[in-house]
Write a protein that binds this ligand. Sequence first.
Ligand SMILES: O=C(O)CCC(=O)C(=O)O
Ligand SMILES: [Mn+2]
Length: 207
Amino acid sequence: MSLQGSLFGQDNNQKQEISLENGLLEYYPQFFTPTDSDRIFQQLISTITWKQESMRMYGREVLFPRLMAWYGDANSSYSFSGNTFEPLLWTAELLLIRDRVAAAAGTTFNSVLLNYYRSGNDSMGWHADDEPELGINPVIASVNMGATRRFLLRHRHHKNLKYEIALEHGSLLLMKGQLQHFWEHQVPKTAKPVGPRINLTFRYIYP
Ligand SMILES: O=C(O)CCC(=O)C(=O)O
Ligand SMILES: [Mn+2]
């Protein structure tokens, strides 16, 4: 299967702008059609080199509660939680997705972090995408495939400022402006029976 030449189906590409205190979100609920999304989802599950990485926490090696993979240009290595990830080279499919996402975001990306949440028991804790190699106000483009999961945001200084969005199959979420300085985000575990989900965050890493 290939998306080659097919240009992705153009579906409901409607953008929702969500203006937060000190940050901006743009949400495209059906950035990819359901048919393209089903196909991309299955293909990513089978073709990406998924790994369960670990981090050092309080002197112990702790497994990340999800599978991960890092792809990108050769000069885009990336460090977080005490690990440095060397990118695998782009697959043809990832390049097609990247180019479509970059056109909507109006910027370029040289790498993508993929996360595979196998069930509701997989999660990502509170953090911001604020590593220095991402630059001052990075545009992070987050593509969602598979099960809908809750994406929560909280302001670092105003504890009463919170936002929540359900990230649906085939959607694109752009995080922009000062968001990463002032807000943290997470994907919590859920006790509901949910299927697997893949999230791709496209980033520009300054070498
Ligand atoms: O899975 C998600 O929606 C969030 C991913 C994320 O925050 C990240 O990769 O930094
Ligand atoms: Mn993040």
